[in-house]
Design a binder for this molecule. Structure first.
Ligand code: ZN
Ligand code: ZN
Length: 284
């Protein structure tokens, strides 16, 4: 079942993003302050905050129950997602669980095998919205998540859900000025919607290496940018694992954040990882 990638190239590409971040900071260092922060917030800090909230709260906690969060911490993630993405947690969980059930077969809401890589890469948000808006999707795939006061009145409310992003854009404009603030908001939206999210559903089912026999792939350099999500082949092999890392050189920043949060008591339970479960199987 387990096989190593055949060359040194995959570990080497994993070094790309940290080097790229260094180059980006070096090149933009001399820009006037509002524009420097516009680029840093729009391209790095905001998409990363949204990405970590997505992988830890929506994906590993809500969809797969691979860890448990303290209530206040879970609320903090929901609030972050409300401002930075406006995603409804029940819709996200339902669409994602449907994807796991019908991975790359008829019924998968966003498969590059069914719809083509370019369509998923560019139009992933439309495929997601189509599945999310179907009331049957939530009834079938997320019946365990009942809407609470916050869902009904704000985070999942048809109008309230937009107050978060509007407030976020307003805060950026106040902080940086109109043009740098709007550019930061635009860059963040493009990075999250057309870069990070669509790459997991598109690229990570199409290009990269496979350690386990499923149709998803691992892309180590993209894992740096997506809080570990791009170790997607590993994740599809055992979705209930709270860590997506299998090889020693694979970097899952989401998992590192989970371990840090466990250390300070923000996370109360962490399930068994892929590697721990593999060791248990090999001992039997
Ligand atoms: Zn997948
Ligand atoms: Zn999953």
């Amino acid at each position: 079942m387990f096989r190593n990638p055949s060359s040194w190239q995959q570990p080497a590409t994993a070094l790309g993003p940290p080097l790229g971040l260094g180059l980006f900071l070096w090149l933009s260092w001399n820009l006037p302050d509002p524009w420097f922060w516009s680029l840093v917030l729009g391209l790095v800090i905001l998409p990363q905050a949204a990405g970590f909230a997505t992988t830890i709260y929506l994906h590993r906690y809500s969809a797969h129950r691979s860890l448990r969060l303290r209530k206040l911490v879970a609320w903090g993630f929901r609030c972050t997602l409300w401002i930075l993405t406006s995603v409804d947690r029940r819709q996200w969980v339902a669409v994602h669980r449907k994807h796991h059930t019908f991975t790359d077969e008829e019924g998968d809401p966003h498969s590059p095998f069914l719809h083509g890589i370019l369509r998923i890469q560019l139009l992933n948000v439309l495929y997601y919205a189509r599945a999310a808006r179907d009331p049957k999707t939530i009834q079938t795939w997320a019946p365990d998540i009942s809407p609470d006061w916050w869902d009904r009145h704000l985070f999942g409310h048809p109008l309230g859900s937009y107050l978060g992003p509007i407030g976020g854009v307003g805060a950026l404009v106040l902080l940086l000025g109109p043009n740098p603030g709007l550019v930061a908001a635009f860059l963040h939206a493009v990075m999250y919607v057309f870069g990070l999210s669509s790459s997991i559903n598109g690229l990570c089912h199409w290009w990269g290496y496979r350690t386990f026999p499923n149709t998803a792939t691992n892309i180590p350099w993209l894992a740096w940018l997506t809080g570990g999500e791009a170790l997607h082949n590993n994740h599809h092999s055992l979705p209930t694992s709270p860590s997506f890392r299998v090889q020693s050189w694979e970097v899952d920043l989401g998992w590192i954040a989970i371990l840090a949060m466990k250390m300070v008591g923000a996370i109360t339970f962490v399930g068994k990882t892929i590697s721990q479960q593999q060791q248990e199987v090999s001992r039997v």
